[in-house]
Each structure stands twice: as C-alpha cells, then as structure tokens.
Design a protein around this ligand. Structure first.
Ligand code: ADP
Ligand code: MG
Length: 478
C-alpha cells in the first residue's frame, strides 16, 4: 500500500499549500457562515486538516455495520415507554430541561399522536483505541449517539476532493480506493424526501428549523441541494423558533401550518440547548409541533432516546438483551461500549466516585446536554464532582471511561492552532437514516461518515465548540 506522512512535506512550502488548499476548500463548499448582520451569508472555510489521516479501512466497515444495529436499538428504546421512564426517573426531578421534553413527549403520548411516522437522521460518534491486547489494528469505542440535529454531513462531503487536491499538490501518489467517496448529505436528503413522500401532499413543504445567525448554514444548504437535485417538488422553508412562534398554527386535522404552507416534515437543526428556550413560548411551540400531523425529525421520543443517561443504562448488564435477541448482534454492539456509570446518592456509586476522584484523567463526566462544551475532564471533573457528590443534582450526570485514543500526525488548518505537524487524534461519526412507525422499520441505512481531527491535548472535539478539523480517512493496511 502507498503511504505518506504529513511530516514529509518541507516547511517552506506549507504556507503556499495552505493558501492553495484553502482556496480550493472554499470552491468545493467546505464553508461556514461568519456572523455578520450587514451581510448575512458571508462564508469562510471550515477548519480542516491539510492531509487525510491514515486509517485502517476495517474500522469504517465495522462502525458502519454497528450503526445500523444501533439505529434499530434506539428505535426500540424510543418505543418502550416503561424503559424510558425508568431510565430517566432520577434525572427528571433535578434536570428541568429534560423534564420539559419529557412533559411534551408524555402529553402527546397520552393524547394519542396525530402522526405515526418518525424520521431520525442520526450520527453515531466513535473514537479509535489501540487494541487492548497490544496487537495490530484498532478498537472502536462509542462516544455518543446523536438523534437530534446531527450536523456536518453536508460540508464533509467535499473533503475528499479537497484532500485529493492537497495530496496532488504535495506530489503524494494515491490509489482511488484509498480515498473513497463519502457524501452523507445525499443519504440524509433521501431520508427527508422519503418522509415527505409518505406524508402524501405534494404541496406540503419540509420545514428546516434553524437558528439565525447560524455558522452551520452551508451545511444545511448541502442537504437542501441534494433534496432539490433528487425531488424538486419537496420544497424547503427555513424558520427560526421566533418566526414559528409568530406564524405557526394547527389546522382542523392538526396539520402544521406555517404562513401559507402546510408542513410535511419538521427537520430540527435547532432546539437542543436550554439557551434555545429562553421563555415558555419556545416549549409551547415545541409541543405544538409535536402534536401536529407533520412528520418530526426526530420525534420527542427519539430525541429523548439519545440522552446520555439512556446510553449509560444500555451499557448495564442484560439491558441490550431486552431489545435484541440475537447474541451476535448484542456482542457486536457491546464491543463498542466503554465503561459507563450511573451516579446516584444511594451509595451504589461510591466506589466509582472514589475512583474518579483519585484518577480524574481516566474519566469524563457528562450531563443530559448536546452541542459540546458541557462535559468535565481532568482536574475540573474532580472539583466539580467534589462539589455535587452530596447533592440531588448528581443523578442527572453520568461518568464514562475516558477513551485512550490512537494518536497520529497531521497539520490542522484552524485559526489559533498553527499549521505545524502535530500529534492528533480523530473522532469518527457514522450518519444514518431511520424511518419508522411504532410497529415497523420502514428504512434503516447508514450513509457515510464524518471524520474530525483535533490536537491530542484538547478535551472536546466540536467543530464549532472545540478544536476539531474536518478530515478524510486515507485507507492503509495496519
Ligand atoms: P456533546 O453531546 O456535547 O457533543 P459528547 O459526548 O459528544 O457531547 O462529548 C463531546 C466531546 O468530548 C466529544 O466530541 C469528544 O471529543 C470528547 N469526549 C466525550 N466522551 C469522551 C470519552 N469517553 N473519552 C474521550 N473523549 C470524550
Ligand atoms: Mg458529541
């Protein structure tokens, strides 16, 4: 197999390469929007790695397979009211935000939902570990499973072209199958179009619920573009919570009406953070949309099934077996789990709390939140855990083993990091589409990946909230 290394490139040509590759990244559409009220859609390049990262292809085959199993698992969880209730029992009394979501879910459940079909566009995030037994190859371990507003499936689709170009400029040879095509937004768009078709009204639209200003807007535009290319009749409208509070209502048969449009599918790219709900009106809006006949992407049940608390309970002994009877599938799913621990005040967590206080670098502490920047690591984990270990709030958090990442080398083109070749690690997200009724899975497929790479010393790997850069895998034998 051909091989190369980012260290192999001479320092005096790096500046020129960055200029050329950044220009090409803009041209290919690897862009984000910079906040600017005067010109609302000013773009700049997203942070990216100068070269693709060397990876074993097998890791991708395996995680893509696991992701499809996981989509079925999460679907079954979301349809198991008693299980969800039990999982979240200790969380809800001390976590108002999750409680609000639960209330919306439960209200609609008791009323009887107006729409049976649910669409989930998910992203399953993994990190690679050296094999525990020291042998060649890599293990994959799950970081989290996202069911809500899973982003970057659009912009990542252009990275392969950018990296083919950067390798070419540097004179590194490649075989085409080492840098494979990857276009998650095509698959995600297919899911949205399929849901729109099932709604059964050609004049109804797909509502993208967004924030404005929104750095991610080019990523959303990629999805819209692929929808447009495959089914131009499935028209898209973009609305913020504020606009929807003003201009949405339910029709006679619970149709979701926004201005003059009937909505077939509500696709949430906003609404995952308490900051998005400054007043009661935002929760009321969410309830209104949940009650409607529109197909939600995702439904509140599927949103809640993506909670970290659920992930933690699924990793407990004999829990997977409640949902999956095939032992091979159970074993394959379980193989991607690291240790996940519940935090309770009843004494059952004392041992793991002791351990985390003594070795905070071996753990991550997580609340029921999304969007990055909410977790605790290292010394900060220790002081935070000390502070809340005797409070009720403790049970709204989970502890997780810190994944011992595989380190490699690359150059990160990101403001504030500098382009020198450095030790980095990667996080691999697998995108998928799941369309279902409570009784039947209508679609379950995966549709490509997001590879993000950050300095090894950085804790969080968000593209906007952390230090990550868009990357591509360059497949090599291990
Ligand atoms: P969020 O929902 O906010 O994205 P995540 O669970 O994805 O929360 O955590 C955010 C980031 O923190 C991840 O992208 C990853 O870089 C890092 N991280 C999370 N869990 C672990 C872990 N167990 N080991 C190492 N890093 C982790
Ligand atoms: Mg995450």
């Amino acid at each position: 197999m051909m091989d190369y290394h980012s260290d192999m490139i001479a320092e005096d040509v790096v500046g020129e390469m960055i200029r050329r590759v950044t220009g090409m990244a803009m041209l290919y559409g690897v862009q984000k929007t910079v906040t600017n009220w005067e010109f609302p859609e000013q773009q700049e390049a997203m942070p990216f790695t100068l070269f693709p990262s060397l990876m074993p292809a097998e890791v991708f085959t395996r995680t893509r397979r696991v992701h499809i199993m996981f989509q079925t698992l999460i679907y079954r969880v979301a349809n198991d009211h008693e299980f969800m209730k039990k999982c979240l029992k200790d969380v809800l009394p001390v976590d108002d935000f999750t409680q609000e979501f639960w209330n919306i879910y439960n209200t609609v459940r008791e009323e009887g939902p107006a729409q049976e079909i649910t669409l989930t566009l998910s992203r399953d995030d993994f990190m690679m570990e050296p094999k525990a037994d020291g042998s060649k190859g890599q293990d994959v371990k799950q970081v989290e499973f996202n069911t809500f507003a899973s982003g970057a499936g659009g912009v990542i689709g252009a990275m392969r072209d950018v990296h083919r170009y950067s390798l070419n400029v540097a004179g590194f040879p490649l075989k085409e199958d080492q840098l494979p095509e990857n276009c998650p937004s095509k698959g995600l768009a297919k899911g949205l179009v399929k849901a729109w078709q099932l709604y059964g009204n050609d004049r109804a639209v797909v509502l993208f619920v967004v924030g404005i200003p929104e750095p991610n807007s080019p990523d959303q535009r990629w999805l819209e573009r692929h929808m447009f290319e495959s089914e131009p009749r499935a028209r898209v409208i973009y609305r913020t919570f504020d606009q929807l509070i003003q201009a949405s209502k339910l029709g006679e048969n619970k149709e979701l009406l926004v201005d003059d449009y009937e909505v077939a599918v509500v696709y949430y790219r906003y609404g995952y953070s308490p900051k998005h709900y400054p007043t009661r009106k935002e929760y009321d809006l969410r309830l209104k949309m949940e009650r409607s006949r529109a197909i939600k992407c995702p439904s509140m049940a599927s949103h809640l099934a993506g909670c970290k608390k659920i992930q933690q309970v699924l990793a407990e002994p004999r829990v997977l077996e409640r949902f999956i009877s095939d032992p091979v599938t159970v074993a394959e799913i379980r193989s991607v789990f690291v240790g996940l621990y519940r935090l309770n005040q009843d004494g059952s967590s004392s041992a793991v709390i002791e351990k985390a206080l003594a070795n905070p670098d071996q753990f991550v502490m997580k609340p029921q939140r999304e969007g990055g920047g909410n977790n605790h690591f290292g010394a900060e984990l220790k002081s935070f855990l000390e502070k809340i270990k005797n409070t009720q709030e403790l049970s709204s958090w989970i502890l997780m083993d810190r994944i011992r990442v595989v380190e490699h080398r690359n150059r990160l083109i990101r403001v504030g990091l500098g382009p020198e070749c450095r030790d980095v690690c990667s996080e691999l997200g697998i995108f998928g589409v799941h369309l279902s009724t409570p009784g039947e899975e209508l679609e379950n497929f995966e549709c490509g990946w997001l590879l993000r790479t950050k300095p090894v010393e950085a804790n969080e790997g968000g593209l906007f909230s952390g230090f990550s850069c868009l990357d591509s895998p360059f497949f090599v034998d291990v």
